[in-house]
Ligand binder design. Structure first.
Ligand code: HEM
Length: 412
């Protein structure tokens, strides 16, 4: 029988930005867990489209492994999988938590509070740079700035290397989009990763003579089972932090601006009452979280919602679909900046940052970055309008905007 569902691991369906309706259709037709054929890779998968099922999967990391095939939904050769397993996000218990402990201190709410003044400074400088021009390419000129500067500062990387890290991250992540990695997407991605490893190795050398006190220092001094990280483990941890720390928040800031511009009545609410901005940030995170979907591997025969899953089956948790689950959110397709003000308890109900064992370590930082950016953007970039059609990244992993040209009036 022909598969009744669209293949949501086909990067082409993300080019037009209209994939939410496809997710809603699959959720409704399947009851929340759909078995989907993938003619591109030949590997079928279970798509988790309902919040209740996603929570069950996230809370049972030994039954639904991140380590077996990594969290990337793509198919990779075994040697690439083996290397990727050295990254925190691709580890299972009990090792996972031992590695997570090493960097935890930099991401606590208290630590993040300490970054606020610097984040506000960066947000202000970002808008100062473009305000008088009356136009910008929002992704590079605005959305990318703070997330990149923040993670670079946390890792003690000098700002003159900013452009380099921006390009490396894009090339590593967006292998499916020919405008980014070119036709050699995978090779370009690997070459960029090698450059990041070399950069990390140089930091490790520096640490020997001038001890670093930032996250990089914590990684180099930290131990797991009384052993320091191997050079490879350190380099992969570094790469993961850089990549996870900038691309994701950049994407959500860009989608947030897009959503506000597409819904001017919602933008007006924020102009009239800036105290709504933190609630609007939650709604943007719910509506368009950066990651579309992440992989798990079923480790033992099991059952979810009456469906039989077999050991070895591929599974993808679709964060965007579960954030639009009508059993959790009323009117899920409506973008409503007051949703989380009316019902504050909903803030713990979306899964933009995942759930359980691998809950995003950067969630506090990211929320602060978004809040600070929108507190600067909203009062200063008035009457924003699209000057060209928005271009979306051709990617099924991170739902990103490639370019968004806008015009605006600078507030007096
Ligand atoms: C809006 C921005 C962000 C979103 C939507 C996001 C989303 C996520 C999600 C869904 C996961 C769960 C992975 C899984 O279940 O397999 C995750 C994990 C992670 N995130 Fe984020 N993230 C964001 C920002 C950040 C930032 C700013 C950092 C670092 C500074 C970061 C670092 C990490 C790390 C290290 C993990 C792995 C945690 C673990 O395996 O224990 N993220 N993120």
């Amino acid at each position: 029988m022909q598969c009744p569902y669209k293949n949501i691991l086909d990067p082409d369906i993300y080019v037009g930005g209209g994939h939410h309706s496809i997710f809603a259709e699959i959720r409704e037709q399947s009851g929340g867990l759909a078995y989907i054929e993938d003619p591109i890779t030949g590997v079928p998968y279970w798509a988790v489209m309902k919040r209740e099922y996603a929570d069950y999967v996230c809370k049972n990391p030994l039954l639904f492994s991140s380590q077996a095939k990594t969290i990337l939904p793509k198919e990779m050769p075994e040697e690439e999988i083996a290397l990727s397993r050295l990254m925190l996000v691709n580890m299972d218990p009990p090792e996972h938590v031992k590695y997570r402990r090493i960097v935890r201190a930099a991401f606590t709410p208290k630590a993040v509070q300490g970054y606020e003044a610097r984040f506000r400074e960066v947000a202000k400088e970002t808008i100062d740079r473009i305000a008088d021009k009356g136009e910008c390419e929002f992704v590079t000129d605005v959305a990318a700035e703070l997330p990149l500067i923040a993670i670079m500062s946390l890792c003690g990387i000098p700002m003159e290397d900013k452009k380099q890290f921006f390009d490396w991250t894009n090339t590593m992540i967006f292998t499916e989009d020919e405008d980014i990695g070119g036709a050699q997407g995978v090779e370009a991605s690997q070459a960029a990763a090698i450059e990041v490893y070399a950069y990390a190795a140089a930091l490790a050398e520096k640490h020997k003579t001038t001890p670093l006190t930032d996250i990089v220092g914590a990684l180099l001094d930290g131990t797991v089972n009384d052993e320091k990280l191997t050079p490879e483990e350190f380099q992969l941890f570094f790469l993961m932090l850089i990549a996870a720390g900038n691309e994701s928040t950049r994407s959500v800031i860009a989608h947030g601006m897009r959503l506000l511009m597409e819904h001017p009545e919602q933008l007006n609410k924020l102009i009239n009452d800036p105290s709504l901005i933190p609630f609007a940030v939650e709604e943007v995170l719910r509506y368009n979280p950066a990651f579309v979907q992440m992989r798990r591997t079923v480790m033992k025969d099991t059952e979810i919602g009456g469906q039989q899953l077999k050991a070895g089956d591929k599974m993808v948790i679709n964060w965007q679909a579960i954030n639009h689950d009508p059993d959790v959110f009323d009117d899920p397709e409506t973008f409503d900046v007051e949703r989380f003000k009316r019902k504050p308890e909903l803030a713990s109900q979306h899964r933009a940052f995942g759930n359980g064992e691998h809950f995003c370590i950067g969630a506090h930082i990211s929320r602060l970055e978004m809040q600070v950016m929108f507190e600067e953007i909203i009062p200063r970039l008035r009457n924003p309008a699209f000057s060209r059609p928005v271009e979306y990244m051709r990617d099924y992993f991170v739902n990103s905007i490639k370019s968004m040209h806008i015009s605006f009036d600078a507030a007096a």
